[in-house]
Write a protein that binds this ligand. Structure first.
Ligand SMILES: NC(=O)c1ccc[n+]([C@@H]2O[C@H](COP(=O)([O-])OP(=O)(O)OC[C@H]3O[C@@H](n4cnc5c(N)ncnc54)[C@H](O)[C@@H]3O)[C@@H](O)[C@H]2O)c1
Length: 253
């Protein structure tokens, strides 16, 4: 039985790694021996994470996961820097306004779906040929409790994260024989910048209040990183297509 996760000689690409859960993942993979490609749409925050990791263990690559050309450049840069991609953490995402279906504009819907779902697909699509060439890899998608429930976010975020769950299962099923595993985390409320980066309408704020009232039940980003390291590690070698709540029991009630 493995008691620690070692990523020596492995390369991890983490999207949304300039902040919150992605930043904690990038730092944790580097501590476990990986070289890390730190991707974020904000160049400054990607550079900051890479600088904190230090040495030649990390490279910052600014990219917009919602843009196919930007994603192609990201994957080219990762291969150029380290020659391979063993772990992909599709973590970048945005919140919606917590708006109900009738109150959600088409523009809001398309923006959230474009980043959270299409962006996750675009990075996966660009990385898979490298994992197939290498003979394996591990993908960890950051979904959400909103990926399996209808009442914890707005319709756009909820639909996008249900889509991420479906994408996870499809990739897991399609490439199991090729040594590529794909699993998803369902974080519960986690102390990051996601809420400050979003604007909530009044209904949304009311719906968020019970979540915020959880207080001490809000997770630290490092607790999500721990779960991601397990799923990407050899300790999870037979875990494929799993949709894993990491919420302290929040959704079990
Ligand atoms: N914080 C929570 O309570 C919570 C709960 C469930 C799921 N999640 C999910 O966790 C993931 C990480 O979110 P977080 O809470 O750490 O938020 P965060 O806002 O702290 O970090 C998200 C990062 O993603 C980056 N990003 C946004 N759009 C991007 C794009 N198009 N291309 C590249 N990078 C982009 C942002 O710049 C930011 O640095 C998201 O997918 C989110 O949906 C968060």
């Amino acid at each position: 039985m493995l008691t620690t996760h070692t990523f020596d000689d492995r390369v991890a690409l983490v999207t949304g790694a300039g902040s919150g859960i992605g930043r904690a993942m990038a730092v944790a993979f580097a501590k476990a021996g990986a070289r890390v490609v730190v991707c974020d749409i904000h160049a400054d925050s990607a550079a900051s994470t890479a600088a904190d990791i230090g040495g030649n263990l990390a490279v910052a690559v600014p990219a917009d996961i919602a843009d196919q050309d930007s994603v192609a450049a990201l994957v080219d840069a990762a291969i150029g820097a380290y020659g391979r991609i063993d772990v992909l953490c599709n973590n970048a995402g945005i919140m919606d306004t917590m708006a109900l279906p009738a109150d959600t504009t088409v523009e809001q819907w398309e923006r959230v779906l474009r980043i959270n779902l299409t962006g996750t697909f675009l990075v996966t699509h660009a990385v898979l040929p490298h994992m197939l060439r290498q003979g394996g890899g591990a993908i960890v998608n950051t979904a959400s409790e909103a990926g399996i429930r209808g009442g914890v976010a707005g319709v756009a975020y909820t639909a996008s994260k249900h889509g991420v769950v479906g994408l996870t299962k499809s990739v897991a099923w399609a490439y199991a024989k090729d040594g590529i595993r794909c699993n998803a985390l369902l974080p519960g409320p986690t102390m990051t910048n996601i809420a400050t980066a979003a604007t909530f309408d009044e209904t949304g704020l009311n719906r968020l209040a019970p979540v915020l009232a959880l207080g001490e039940s809000i997770a630290r980003p490092e607790q999500m990183a721990d779960a991601a390291l397990f799923l990407a590690s050899d300790a999870a070698s037979f875990v494929n297509g799993a949709i894993v709540p990491v919420d302290g029991g929040w959704a079990a009630a």
